[in-house]
Design a protein around this ligand. Structure first.
Ligand SMILES: CC(C)(COP(=O)(O)OP(=O)(O)OC[C@H]1O[C@@H](n2cnc3c(N)ncnc32)[C@H](O)[C@@H]1OP(=O)(O)O)[C@@H](O)C(=O)NCCC(=O)NCCS
Length: 171
């Protein structure tokens, strides 16, 4: 099995890669092409990037990686925010979701960053198997909007209790 990771700066995203990404995303989030495209351009910034995993020449998994300003009880830092993590339906449950998250972990560790992601509770076991942990908090905000689902992090020593966590944007 030949495995290849492709990193694309959002500022250099071509129409060809945009089509590949939307083709993977729409298998899981069923929105029309134009709405997918709008979401990507509305929510990613030029210095964010896209990560694709190609298996034997076929695009099998995708995620976006965004620079997120995080404040936890007054301490601010920039974390890499994983979003849109998805695996082509025909490739699921073969370890590829884990492989692409592990590649992101490598990038986070290399850059001495922390990782952050938002998910629903049923995905906690998956991300735990990828080395992430779920963060307990009293209140969390994305911009001015209250958030009350799961926050997971990687490569950060969290000091509990977390009273207030703020992320500057959704991703
Ligand atoms: C979630 C997703 C990325 C997992 O990818 P995958 O390639 O099927 O998962 P893997 O085969 O790499 O699984 C790795 C491990 O996590 C476990 N796992 C995977 N999905 C799981 C789930 N939904 N619940 C619990 N455990 C799960 C696997 O059993 C495996 O465990 P093991 O290491 O003990 O064998 C994939 O199912 C997907 O694309 N889902 C739809 C999109 C989505 O919801 N993305 C998340 C956005 S936050």
């Amino acid at each position: 099995m030949n495995e290849e990771f492709i990193i694309i700066d959002h500022s250099n995203l071509t129409d060809e890669y945009l089509d590949i990404i939307i083709n993977l995303k729409k298998q899981h989030w069923n929105h029309p092409y134009d709405s997918q495209k709008k979401w990507i351009y509305d929510n990613l910034c030029p210095d964010d990037f896209h990560l694709l995993l190609k298996i034997d020449g076929v695009y099998a998994a995708y995620m976006s990686i965004c620079n997120i300003d995080v404040t936890i009880d007054g301490n601010s830092f920039v974390a890499k925010g994983l979003g849109n993590v998805c695996v082509d339906l025909t490739f699921q449950k073969k370890g590829l979701g884990k492989r692409i998250v592990e590649k992101a972990n490598e990038i986070i560790t290399r850059d001495e960053d922390a990782g952050i992601l938002l998910c629903h509770s049923h995905l906690v076991p998956f991300y735990q198997r990828c080395g992430w942990f779920d963060v307990q908090y009293k209140s969390a905000y994305i911009g001015d909007n209250k958030y009350d689902d799961i926050v997971m992090m990687y490569n950060l020593n969290v000091k509990y209790p977390i009273v207030k966590m703020t992320l500057n944007r959704s991703f």
